[in-house]
Design a protein around this ligand. Structure first.
Ligand code: HEC
Length: 142
């Protein structure tokens, strides 16, 4: 015989199944994309470069694939580190970030997409902005 708790469990299971069946399949969970308009612009780049870098990072230009490993929000995944927490292993200056990206491209040719030198400058501007956003908000960075 079904006890009262069995019935409750069955009703709960049915409700859960209904929720699963009525949730649209296209609802892919993605963390929020940083608002590029609010990001700081390095003295080494222009806002246009920053905006191109945002598109490259998210796979909308130069076949960039950065977001696949570093996350849609830049906060990292199992296959790429967080670029938003204010410090990087290989240095946070514009020149250091650019050198790291160029070095990565040398180590894994083609894996970062089809980046021209201008694209590298643009995506460097974007990563620099991700790294420095927190400090700019706190008004302690130059
Ligand atoms: C296939 C996965 C993958 C892709 C695609 C990828 N990265 Fe990375 N990236 C990594 C991993 C793993 C590291 C950490 C290894 C290291 O620090 O050398 C890293 C390191 C970095 C670093 C240095 C982080 C630090 O702490 O110093 C930067 C900057 C960076 N990636 C930017 C990019 C950009 C920009 C793109 C796209 C053009 C990109 N990555 C594409 C996996 C990836």
């Amino acid at each position: 015989m079904f006890s009262r708790s069995h019935v409750v469990a069955l009703v709960r299971a049915a409700a859960g199944l209904t929720a699963v069946l009525t949730t649209p399949a296209i609802a892919v969970e993605r963390p929020p994309r940083p608002n590029v308009d609010a990001l700081p612009v390095s003295v080494n780049s222009t806002r246009e470069q920053l905006m191109l870098g945002d598109r490259i990072f998210h796979g909308e230009a130069a076949r960039g694939t950065c977001f696949q490993c570093h996350g849609w929000d830049g906060k990292g995944t199992a296959t790429g580190n967080d670029l938003t927490n204010g410090s990087l292993n290989w240095g946070e200056s514009f020149a250091q970030i650019k050198a790291t990206i160029l070095n990565n491209m040398k180590l894994a040719p083609g894996q970062d997409g089809d980046l021209t030198p201008a694209d590298v400058d643009a995506v460097t501007a974007y990563v620099w902005a991700l790294v420095h956003q927190e400090r700019m908000e706190n008004q302690v960075a130059r």
